[in-house]
Write a protein that binds this ligand. Structure first.
Ligand code: 5AD
Ligand code: SF4
Length: 440
């Protein structure tokens, strides 16, 4: 039997698809990359913005054609859209047989049996415990160098704009033993980099008879697995990011000096409306701390523009904060109202599309300028680069990232994927750093 799987949304969804493929493999399903060969199609979905969902509805139209050719084909929607839309997916698509929320992937085999008997099957139960911690993910779309390791699931923050607490349920941490075992297994299989994943990694908390473990403690233990294993993590939350984490980062060379710290807005008024739990000043204090403990650290962020009641003044505060932090990278979005969130229930989505578009383009052009400046400053420096693959543009070039998570392209010489090499940056373009290997 063959499974075709597509994944949308965040890194957590990528990691979840690896769990799903593992569950399906144990149930006798091989993966295929050809829709027309598939017995089962699963699409792992995202609900974060309306356009993420629109894209999946578009894919369902394509799967509809595949079903015409193969009437036995089973089509399933899994992940955040499954959780949010439930029965509606079956009713409105007319082709979906299977709807599985993020905490129900273990049930896939028994659900498939129901579908094979001609029924529709839905399981969108959220769990307070499920971590899939005993399931070894099948890293099917891998470069063999870097891997995701999920350390916690869910989110208790309840930001006013966000659908995640509704689609992924309550926060829960995975046991350190299983995380460390997975990290060791990756080292044994020659992986060189792990990214620890959670919606809010700073809230990682484990408690058992032997004591408690915070995120800082976990990070340290993972870093100690092997000095040649690079460790990254995502995502940090400004309100919860502690100096303790920064101290651990400073102590270990193999913990990458790169922090993704979503700010969302530079205006305290907006942050309050967004229910983010911190002010502009608090955020600036966190950035000062990062720069103090980790002067070489790159900082990236997420920004939402056009949230309810955002004035020109608020928008300018976002721009000025961006200039102040000098972000190396940013994901920037127009606010998209999500049904049932606090904002959808209590506020008006009252910033017109034209204004949202204009503000977003101002934010993007400022970030382009900041990113270019940050790259220009790297020219002449030498970085340790972990090689991840061959450049898309030329077989003679390899690419990898430095500790700061910046992509660097360079002539391959005798280096191979998975090597650490010292690369001197010779020049920069808007998207990339271009360098030369100093030694192999
Ligand atoms: N509209 C636009 N962007 C959103 N994000 C989360 N919810 C929304 C929304 N309703 C953005 C935030 C978050 C990132 C993952 O997606 O910036 O950090
Ligand atoms: Fe999208 Fe959020 Fe779900 Fe990830 S957790 S798939 S970003 S809605």
């Amino acid at each position: 039997m063959k499974l075709y799987i597509e994944t949308y949304g965040c890194q957590m969804n990528v990691a979840d698809s690896e769990v799903v493929v593992s569950v399906m493999k144990d149930h006798g399903y091989m993966r295929t990359e050809d829709i027309h060969e598939a017995d089962v199609i699963l699409v792992n979905t995202c609900s974060i913005r309306e356009n993420a969902e629109t894209r999946v509805w578009g894919r369902l139209d394509v799967f509809r054609l595949a079903r015409k050719k193969n009437p036995e084909l089973i089509i399933g929607v899994i992940g955040c859209m499954a959780e949010r839309l439930k029965q509606k997916l079956i009713e409105e698509s007319k082709i979906v047989d299977l709807v599985v929320g993020p905490d129900a992937y273990r049930e896939l085999p028994s659900m498939l049996v129901e579908v094979e008997q001609g029924k529709k099957s839905i399981n969108v139960k959220l769990s307070k415990e499920e971590n899939y911690e005993d399931i070894l993910p099948v890293r099917y779309d891998t470069n063999g160098v870097s891997a995701f390791v999920s350390i916690m699931r869910g989110c208790d923050n309840m930001c006013a704009f966000c659908v995640v607490p509704f689609t992924r349920g309550r926060e829960r941490s995975r046991s350190p033993q299983t995380i460390l075992r997975e990290a060791q297994e990756l080292v044994d299989s020659n992986y060189k980099e792990v990214t620890l994943l959670g919606q809010n990694v700073d809230k990682y908390a484990w408690k058992d008879k032997t004591g408690t473990l915070s995120f800082a403690g976990l990070l340290e233990k993972v870093a100690q697995t092997n000095p040649l294993l690079r460790v990254r993590f995502s995502t940090s939350y400004p309100h919860d990011m502690t100096d303790e984490v920064l101290e651990v980062m400073a102590k270990y060379d193999n913990i990458c000096k790169s922090i993704h710290l979503p700010v969302q807005s530079g205006s305290t008024k907006m942050l309050e409306l967004m229910k983010r739990g911190y002010t502009r000043e608090w955020y600036m204090d966190r950035i000062r701390s990062i720069k103090k403990y980790l002067p070489e650290c790159s900082i990236s962020t997420d920004i939402i523009t056009g949230f309810c009641d955002e004035t020109e003044e608020d928008h300018k505060e976002t721009l000025s904060l961006m200039e102040w932090v000098k972000y190396d990278f940013a994901f920037m979005f127009k606010y998209s109202e999500r049904p049932d969130t606090f904002a959808a229930r209590k506020y008006k989505d009252n910033i017109g599309e034209e204004i949202k578009t204009r503000r977003l383009s101002e934010i993007i052009s400022l970030q382009n300028k900041l990113s270019a400046e940050s790259k220009k400053q790297d020219v002449g420096k030498t970085y340790e680069v972990l090689i991840e693959g061959t450049s898309k543009k030329s077989k003679e070039f390899l690419f990898g990232r430095n500790s700061q998570n910046k992509v660097i392209v360079f002539p391959k010489e005798s280096a191979v994927i998975g090597d650490y090499v010292k690369v001197k940056i010779m020049r920069s373009t808007s998207a990339t750093l271009i360098g030369e290997i100093q030694d192999v």
